[in-house]
Design a protein around this ligand. Structure first.
Ligand code: HSE
Length: 306
């Protein structure tokens, strides 16, 4: 095999209750990447279409991740990556994770799969760390493993794949403003109170339990964020109204997708998820703010070969 074409999906990190550790994979939006073997060792970005990302292999998260892999797995040939970038950088749905994970996944295929999807997370993290200024795998893990994932430790990359209740559907609204993760992390406090920590680990534990038992009511009660959302909400136009509209329309929960500015909701069934999307859309239409909406089931397999 000399080339492979893949779909590398978007993802939602944090999911309100699990800052930097919880995430799920989307199905309706992702990048298309084609990776070719080349005679010259190393990695180059052949072309970028769609959204604007660097073509310089030292600045593109896809090539940086591949370089990390090739440092460990030496080859006497190289790779060219062509990227059709559909996920807008700085939109809060794992744009850099999609590039980094997709690139190492495709190269691993061309190498005859020396690494498992789980092992690929650590190479992809090299790209993600450059993009966000911090090494956290909460977007990468669901993109590579699919479904919901919990990163028990970002340091040792101890990752747990979680079950996914079959009726969950995500709604995402992206106000077309760019919010870099590095900036939305800079406003966070370095310490939190014991009271907030107790509430938060209660919510995260219950959320994980709800996935195992498909307990949608418990899932709904657990989608709370007392730590991060209050600080970041001010960065997102109409955030409080957006969340309230989603919940009033029947969403199980709603919050900031990753580091924002996208806002996500989880609903039981596509009909509710669509209605939630309409309610959210009305709010941005009312202030003339351009936006994208995505309605997506949870992608349980992650990156796909096309
Ligand atoms: N957990 C990360 C954050 C996700 O919220 O900053 C975005 O990379």
């Amino acid at each position: 095999m000399d080339q492979v074409k893949i779909f590398s999906p978007a993802s939602v990190a944090n999911v309100s209750c699990g800052f930097d550790v919880l995430g799920f994979c989307l199905d309706s939006i992702g990048d298309i990447m084609v990776v070719h073997k080349t005679a010259t060792p190393g990695v180059v970005i052949g072309s970028v279409t769609g959204e604007d990302v660097p073509i310089d292999p030292n600045k593109n998260v896809a090539s940086i991740a591949v370089k990390a892999l090739l440092e460990e797995h030496k080859t006497d040939f190289g790779f060219r990556i062509d990227i059709d970038k559909k996920i807008k950088p700085g939109s809060g749905i794992g744009s850099s994770a999609s590039s980094a994970a997709g690139a190492v996944f495709a190269v691993n295929e061309l190498l005859g799969r020396p690494y498992s999807r789980r092992e690929l997370v650590r190479f992809a993290l090299a790209g993600e760390a450059m993009a966000s200024g911090a090494a956290h795998a909460d977007n990468l893990a669901p993109v590579l493993l699919g479904g919901f994932t919990l990163v028990r430790s970002n340091a040792s990359l101890d990752i747990v794949k979680l079950p996914c209740p079959s009726e969950l559907v995500a709604t995402i609204i992206h106000p077309k403003i760019e919010l870099k993760t590095i900036h939305s992390r800079a406003i966070l406090k370095k310490e939190i109170s014991l009271k907030s920590a107790v509430e938060q680990w209660g919510n995260l534990g219950a959320f994980v339990s709800s996935l195992y038992t498909s307990d949608y009511e418990l899932l709904s009660r657990s989608m709370k964020d007392k730590v991060i959302e209050p600080l970041r909400a001010m960065l997102i136009p109409k955030f409080d109204e957006m969340k309230e509209a989603a919940l009033q329309t029947g969403a199980l929960g709603s919050g900031i997708s990753g580091s924002g500015p996208s806002v996500f909701a989880l609903s039981k069934g596509a009909a509710t998820a669509n209605k939630v999307g309409e309610a959210m859309k009305k709010i941005y239409d009312s202030i003339g703010l351009d936006h994208d909406i995505h309605i997506s089931p949870i992608n349980e397999t992650g990156i796909k070969i096309l």
